[in-house]
Ligand binder design. Structure first.
Ligand code: GLC
Length: 607
């Protein structure tokens, strides 16, 4: 009976899978047969409880588009020491309303050469300080019992130089070397470097590393200890897919495809977003649909706006289920610094034109820096020049701009290109250290805006209690060169203790967010399948969004300025969802960084 299910799922996808595979891998039938056998093994390894979950999710394929989902991302060690600690702290996460938990990388890595866990030395072993694979499975079981889904990174572009493949390659094994990009001299690497932009121009310049001991040059797009895998070799794709399915079978519900745009390399190109990447991500989707159809793929596509949506694939040939809403995130910070919401208005219009299945993971902050990937061609119409504008944003958020109260730090400042990025927690970027009252208002408004967006809202651990930057990384030799550690501090449990005290900042933030999250979970107008559009509020400082679903119509307004703004909109008969009182938008003053969620009934029929 079980295998019938596998065979049925495989058969339904076989032709497409074989076509894609054989086209990419020059008709390598042996490798393809190995791939299919591997899928069968992975299916056999999937335990009954997870297969049941698959069945339940197939019955309710839209489960992740619900307004009831609320995510949080956290580092296991920062939050609770180890995996068992996280399990013990599940009641706290439940108190936060979290039912989707993204654990930052936790597989084996080498201290000092780990890139925050993104240099994986073994895809089947948990970093010993954090626990064991059994602990991870036990956490997943406990999460599932508590109604929480788990997300984990799958770092697929590279392995750590301490991975067994890398060690064998270093020792001269030709089969292992063929899994990476190895060169005897600089001829080809130099050609690549002509067209490949650098990822970490300051902290890890260049895209290649010389291995003095074996007199070789290896491709390292990220840090020198992260060796790029060569996906033109079918063995790499076969074994990495097997690793992905192994993690899915440990009970992960969402697999984050780290740095997916980078996984195919070709001379003469930027080595990003190449068509072959889409073939690979489509095949990963098919593999999951065959082995573990309840599991979702989350693409980490931190690219300029036009490059992101293609990773959803098409309705007939979908790739990722979820993508980061990176453009909205960085446009949001842009609008906070400029007090001008027009860029976000445009972004809303573009998102609303996507098919409704396109589901985003929305966020204000994550473990990474904010790169200013804005729509510069459009901004140019208003005389905004890219380099000068980035400088303004960075000056504002690092508190260098006269009068700024923000407290971020730069990341990978490349003076040659004027291309620095930015780090800091939400509270500190809002200026909590300097202007706590304004910062609280801005922080709450930004979260309300994040909760208004379609998709899964994901809090960055610590933001719920307005945690500030952690500057102690400056004193840690393993971390001091990477300012992303500014917002990767240990979770402050003493601060969290104050969450029930309304006279404290953590207490105010915690209860403000809980209130908004509860409203969101209770109102189906926040479902990802609602229609939405931007609204003209009559003020460039106030963002307006309308969401409609069935007969419900939500008007959401956000004042991105530290000054009160007057709104004049022809909207009546609305109820303020936060106060429960009627609200009149025909002449309304929105306080500094104020916002409104106003619900009314759609008079036209349906949507
Ligand atoms: C992703 C991660 C980032 C990491 C990089 C290399 O972009 O989010 O933290 O440095 O991949 O793996």
């Amino acid at each position: 009976m079980e295998y019938t299910e596998f065979v049925d799922r495989l058969t339904a996808r076989y032709d497409e899978l074989k076509w894609l595979y054989c086209e990419l891998y020059r008709n390598d039938q042996v490798a393809f047969r190995y791939f299919v056998d591997m899928l069968r093994r992975a299916y056999a390894d999937r335990k009954a409880a997870l297969r049941e979950l698959d069945h339940a999710r197939l019955q309710e394929p839209d489960w992740f588009r619900s307004n009831k989902l609320l995510g949080m991302m956290l580092y296991v060690d920062n939050f609770a020491g180890n995996l068992r600690g996280v399990r013990a702290k599940l009641p706290y996460l439940q108190e936060c309303g979290v039912n989707y938990l993204h654990l930052m990388p936790l597989l084996r890595t080498v201290k000092g050469r780990s890139d925050g866990g993104y240099a994986v030395a073994d895809f089947r072993q948990v970093q010993p300080e954090l626990g064991t694979m059994e602990d991870l499975e036990a956490l997943s079981d406990a999460c599932h019992t508590a109604g929480i889904s788990l997300a984990l990174d799958f770092v697929m572009n590279h392995t750590s130089e301490d991975h067994e493949w890398a060690k064998a390659a270093r020792a001269g094994d030709p089969v292992a070397r063929a899994r990476y990009f190895f060169y005897d001299d600089w001829d080809i690497p130099k050609e690549f470097e002509k067209t490949v932009p650098q990822v970490f121009p300051t902290t890890a310049p260049g895209s290649f590393t010389v291995l003095e001991d074996c007199k070789q040059i290896v491709m390292t797009s990220f840090y020198p200890y992260q060796w790029d895998l060569n996906y033109a070799n079918p063995m790499v794709f076969n074994d990495m897919t097997e690793n992905l399915l192994y993690l899915a079978n440990r009970g992960m519900d969402v697999i984050r495809l780290d740095a997916i745009p980078y996984i195919w390399k070709e001379l003469g190109t930027a080595c990003r977003n190449l068509p072959q990447v889409h073939t690979l991500s489509r095949m990963l989707r098919l593999a999951c649909e065959i082995v573990c159809p309840g599991v979702l793929l989350l693409g980490e596509v931190v690219m300029e706006p036009a490059k992101v949506a293609p990773y959803f694939g098409t309705r007939e040939k979908p790739e990722c289920h979820l993508l980061y809403n990176v453009t909205t995130m960085c446009s949001t910070w842009n609008c906070l610094a400029t007090r001008d919401v027009r860029l976000l208005r445009r972004q809303i219009d573009q998102l609303s034109a996507l098919p409704r299945e396109a589901t985003f993971q929305n966020y204000l902050r994550c473990h990474d820096d904010i790169g200013w990937g804005l729509d510069y061609p459009w901004l140019a119409r208003f005389g905004v020049e890219e380099v000068a504008h980035k400088k303004y944003l960075n000056d504002w958020f690092t508190g260098k701009w006269p009068g700024s109260w923000a407290r971020g730090e730069l990341y990978n400042d490349d003076p040659r290109l004027g291309d620095a990025r930015l780090c800091g927690t939400t509270a500190s970027l809002c200026g909590m250290e300097v202007e706590p009252e304004l910062a609280f208002r801005a922080d709450r408004m930004l979260h309300a805006w994040m909760l208004t967006q379609s998709g899964i809202p994901v809090l960055y651990s610590g933001d719920e209690i307005a945690q500030l930057n952690d500057t102690t990384y400056h004193d840690d030799p393993d971390k001091r060169d990477d300012s992303r550690y500014l917002h990767r501090g240990a979770f402050d449990w003493a601060l969290a203790e104050q969450r029930r005290d309304p006279d404290t900042m953590p207490g105010r933030m915690f209860s403000a967010l809980r209130r908004l999250e509860r409203i969101r979970a209770a109102q189906s107008v926040f479902c990802a399948d609602a229609a939405f559009c931007g609204l003209d509020t009559g003020s460039n400082q106030v963002l307006g969004v309308c969401r409609t679903r069935g007969h419900d119509r939500l008007i959401a307004l956000f004042n991105f300025s530290e000054k009160a703004q007057t709104i004049r909109m022809a909207e009546r008969d609305l109820t303020d969802l936060v106060t429960g009182r009627p609200v009149d938008l025909t002449a309304m003053e929105l306080p500094p960084y104020g916002f409104v969620w106003a619900l009314g009934k759609e008079t036209r029929s349906g949507r």
